[in-house]
Ligand binder design. Structure first.
Ligand code: RIB
Length: 313
């Protein structure tokens, strides 16, 4: 089982010809609403890419919070429809998290109002992980309170679970965080925030990953957008995975698809090597960028297989 501790947002996406300047009002070319939030997107990626059990069992449990409002109800329903187990998603008396996503060409800019996502308590974590075992995985991001993420990672480590951290949005982390993380998956901005190194070429990517491994994580995968990913376990696996060439419609959720796909394939299934899992994750993410929206743009396993046919191992 994979437990995803993280945010659930109601995304409002605006398609723009270009980003507005300071003080300017722009008219959008299109608008969409839907399920988002880094936690929810990653949980959806796992559910969509996982094998389906005949007995209806689900591969992913979301630990999250939505408001007791119409948006919260809609998002809960969407999570369920996508195949995410919502037993540990609480409805609380705060407004549901909201994200304004401006999309223009290959760029996006996101502003989040956290709302219910800030209301986590340690008992949410205790309750959700009560029956977790060392065969399970915990996946976190940083759109919920940092001390809760730290607490969950410590607890998961004590249980012997595999732990994965997508340190997004970028934030400085206390040193003891790294000791409880097996796999860290930052993007370029987050890598720079955590290591002080801009991963713009092969040598800076290697230096940044080395720094992360020195801090205590076991594996690092840097997601580099159109430049693919750089990966390292510090010993046997070090390398670069090129991005797939696709026509980009909206990059929202691409990083989340990569993280979810990696969380699913590497530690859980056990039949992929770290490099193969990252290759699969890159392919899944390349489909996400060819569609609009966040959770709604994440492909199923069959769609990834169909597109890449023999390339999937
Ligand atoms: O990673 C994309 C997500 O970031 C969006 O869905 C938005 O809700 C923000 O959390």
């Amino acid at each position: 089982m994979i437990y995803v501790l993280g945010s659930i947002n109601y995304d409002i996406s605006l398609e723009l010809e270009r980003m507005p300047k300071k003080g300017e009002t722009l008219l959008a070319d299109g608008c969409g609403t839907g399920l988002g939030g880094k936690g929810a997107n990653q949980a959806v990626a796992i559910a969509r890419l996982a094998r389906k059990y005949d007995d209806g069992r689900r591969s992913v449990k979301m630990i999250g919070r939505v408001g007791n409002d119409a948006m919260g109800a809609e998002l809960m329903q969407k999570l369920d429809d996508y195949g995410v187990d919502t037993e540990f998603v609480r409805k609380v008396n705060r407004s549901t998290g909201l994200a304004m996503v401006s999309v223009s060409g290959k760029d996006n800019r996101i502003v989040v109002y956290s709302g219910a996502n800030l209301g986590f308590t340690k008992s949410d974590v205790d309750e959700a992980l009560e029956h977790a075992t060392s065969a399970d995985t915990l996946l976190c991001q940083l759109e919920v309170p940092l001390y809760i993420v730290g607490y969950a990672l410590r607890k998961a480590r004590a249980i012997g679970m595999t732990t994965i951290l997508n340190p997004a949005p970028a934030k400085e982390l206390p040193d003891d965080f790294y000791y409880n993380v097996d796999i860290i998956v930052p993007n370029e901005l987050e890598t720079q925030e955590l290591t002080g190194i801009n991963p713009r070429d092969e040598s800076s990517q290697l230096a940044a990953m080395e720094k992360l491994l020195e801090k205590g994580v076991r594996y690092a995968a840097l997601t580099l957008g159109a430049n693919g990913a750089a990966i390292s376990d510090g010993e046997k696996v070090t390398g670069h995975i090129p991005a797939r060439k696709v026509s980009v419609v909206d990059t929202t959720g691409a990083g989340d698809t990569f993280v979810g796909a990696l969380a699913l394939t590497y530690p859980h299934v056990g039949m992929y090597s770290f490099k193969e899992a990252c290759l699969f994750a890159t392919k899944a993410a390349s489909l996400t960028v060819s569609r609009h929206g966040a959770a709604a743009s994440i492909p199923t396993f069959e769609e990834v297989c169909e597109l890449y046919n023999n390339e999937i191992k």
